[in-house]
Design a protein around this ligand. Structure first.
Ligand code: ADP
Ligand code: ASP
Ligand code: MG
Length: 412
């Protein structure tokens, strides 16, 4: 029988009532003749609560134990979803990541899926089970420890299952009815897109649009998974939501198709480091070993052989970054006068594949921000995106102004 993957995010399984609603949707697909793999997230707020417990217990935690704790939210929903389906007379059972198994790397708290062994679930489908409910976000390392895939990782679980089972489609059910030109929660002029190209979705996701986890888009692109984002609260239909697809399948496109933001950014500056060959490696090597995800980097001009080095990273990695840099200083590998962390910044980005062939986008973006009196602290560009770091208090304003400037609310 054809396989369908249906993923339900936190708000879609936030209460027993919502789990029942989600289960009914699954029942509809089962009745159409699909064997269904349901991927569930933890109930809304649960993962944050678990992360809070870990932070309070041990600020620079052992990531293996972090994973043991934060993966547990998904186990509850998987069991409850299976029970709900059974109550509806749909043959279903739950699976935790290690039971499938979902094999991952050992990079705890941000592990990557290496392999999904489909045999156990296939055997159960062959015996008449119609729904495999799988706990999203988790897997097992080669050492046999529980891993998690990074925040929002259930999306990636879903796409990886769709690829492993050659599913007809991977439907991501969430609390918005598709992918928008920007987050509809902070810009009421945001427009829903019927289709979005993999490349653009990849950029938007990696720049903060949390509607899909970045890695899920990467996998969908690589394995050509038919990926759809839709609301779990609206009428079910085969054409609802947004289809994430190849660039060739999109009829109309603008220069900029989306604006993304990332609220929890921090800007760190190493004041007065020696400007010598190898200095960047001496700084960013230890940061990478400490698991700090460095994003933007700028090195100021050098004066008398010394320079300032600025980089951005997620706010919750500042403590780790500080420790790594102070340790490197203590070992004599680097030398700096001061380390300043600015945790009140946000990143705002404009994304569009049209930028490849059209110039002037950066100029328009900078002019728009300047008209609003917003100071740009750091700039980064790539082929299809421009990002700026600004004071967090201007983030919403910047998103709305850019959405207007690039005429994203209008069609055509
Ligand atoms: P889930 O719990 O279902 O995984 P998430 O909260 O992870 O849901 O992702 C959905 C949220 O993503 C939406 O509620 C919305 O606020 C946010 N979002 C950010 N950017 C966008 C965008 N461009 N389009 C749609 N939603 C977006
Ligand atoms: N529950 C996890 C999180 O909140 C995974 C997910 O929802 O995708 O990050
Ligand atoms: Mg999510």
């Amino acid at each position: 029988m054809p396989v369908l993957v249906m993923k339900f995010g936190g708000t879609s399984v936030a209460t027993l009532d919502r789990i029942r609603r989600a289960a009914k949707r699954v029942g509809v697909e089962v009745a159409k003749g699909y064997d269904v793999i349901v991927i569930v997230s933890a109930m809304a707020g649960e993962t944050n609560k678990l992360v809070g417990y870990v932070d309070e217990t041990s600020p620079l935690y052992d990531a293996r134990e972090y994973d043991a704790v934060v993966s547990s939210g998904e186990n509850v929903t998987a069991g409850l979803m299976a029970l709900t389906l059974q109550e509806m007379d749909v043959p279903a059972r739950s699976w935790q990541g290690w039971q499938v198994p979902v094999k991952t790397t050992s990079a705890h708290s941000q592990a990557r899926i290496e392999d999904i062994v489909p045999d156990n679930i296939r055997a159960k489908f062959a015996e008449g089970m119609r729904v495999a409910v799988v706990a999203g976000f988790q897997g097992v390392s080669p050492e046999g420890r529980i891993t998690t895939l990074g925040r929002g990782g259930s999306d990636t679980t879903a796409v990886a299952f769709a690829a492993a089972f050659q599913a007809e489609r991977c439907d991501i059910y969430t609390d918005v009815d598709g992918v928008y030109t920007t987050d509809p929660r902070i810009c009421d002029k945001a427009r829903k897109l019927d289709r979005i190209a993999f490349e653009e979705m990849l950029e938007l996701a990696s720049l903060g649009a949390k509607v899909l986890q970045t890695r899920s888009v990467e996998l969908a692109m690589r394995y050509n998974v038919k990926l759809r984002v839709l609301s779990s609260f609206e009428e079910q239909s085969d054409t609802a939501g947004t289809l994430v697809c190849a660039e060739e399948d999109i009829m109309e496109s603008k220069v900029v198709n989306g604006v993304a933001y990332s609220r929890d950014e921090a800007k760190m500056t190493l004041v007065s480091v020696a400007d010598r060959p190898g200095i960047a490696a001496a700084i960013f090597g230890p940061l990478s070993e400490a698991g700090v995800n460095v994003d933007m980097i700028i090195q100021n001009i050098s004066e008398e052989g010394r320079t300032d080095m600025t980089f951005s990273c997620p706010t919750d990695q500042v403590a780790r970054a500080e420790k790594a840099l102070h340790d490197a200083k203590a070992r004599g590998e680097i030398n700096f006068h001061d380390l300043i962390a600015d945790t009140n910044v946000a990143k705002v980005s404009a994304v569009g594949i049209g930028m490849r062939s059209q110039s002037g986008v950066a100029a328009r973006m900078f002019k728009t921000l300047s008209d609003e009196g917003i100071n740009i602290k750091v700039i980064a560009t790539s082929e299809i995106k421009i990002s700026v770091l600004i004071d967090r208090k201007y983030m919403e304003l910047a998103v709305q102004a850019l959405h207007d400037a690039f005429a994203l609310e209008k069609t055509g």
